[in-house]
Write a protein that binds this ligand. Structure first.
Ligand SMILES: [Zn+2]
Length: 67
């Protein structure tokens, strides 16, 4: 996970899915951008332009701890 709790992680995922401006939780220096700018189908993948961290929301969802 990239945040401190399951709830925070879910909020983070929801922000990405709704394409809200979201600061990279790893470096806190930049807003995340789409990993594939032209591919409309894969807009669930995001990247931090500062530290290069890649966020794949589908994988993040799978790795969420069970409550
Ligand atoms: Zn970053």
């Amino acid at each position: 996970m990239y945040t401190n709790s399951r709830d925070e992680e879910v909020k983070f995922l929801k922000r990405l899915w709704t394409s809200q401006p979201t600061i990279c939780p790893k470096c806190n220096r930049a807003e995340l951008v789409h990993l594939h700018k032209k591919a409309k189908k894969s807009d669930c993948d995001w990247k931090c332009p500062e530290c290069g961290e890649i966020y794949r929301t589908i994988n993040m969802l799978k790795e969420l701890p069970i409550k």
